[in-house]
Design a protein around this ligand. Structure first.
Ligand SMILES: [Fe+2]
Length: 75
């Protein structure tokens, strides 16, 4: 589950354990569904969206499109 907060200068998505800076969450039920979910629901947010993972540093959608090895199709 991800909470998207807009209405501020910079949109924020609290992604919890769905994904991390440069990495990927485990997908409690299905890893392939977790990848699909992140591709379709998180990485389609604007590049400026700040992602707040449950572990590790903050990142942005734009940074993950360039640097996250689990999603090479966005490079
Ligand atoms: Fe966690």
């Amino acid at each position: 589950m991800t909470y998207v907060i807009d209405g501020m200068n910079t949109p924020i998505a609290v992604v919890g354990d769905a994904m991390f800076a440069g990495s990927m969450g485990g997908g409690m039920v299905s890893f392939s569904e977790a990848l699909k979910n992140n591709r379709e629901k998180i990485l389609t947010l604007s590049d400026q969206t700040v992602l707040c993972p449950g572990h590790g540093p903050l990142t942005t959608v734009g940074q993950e499109k360039v640097h996250n090895p689990f999603f090479p199709e966005f490079k």
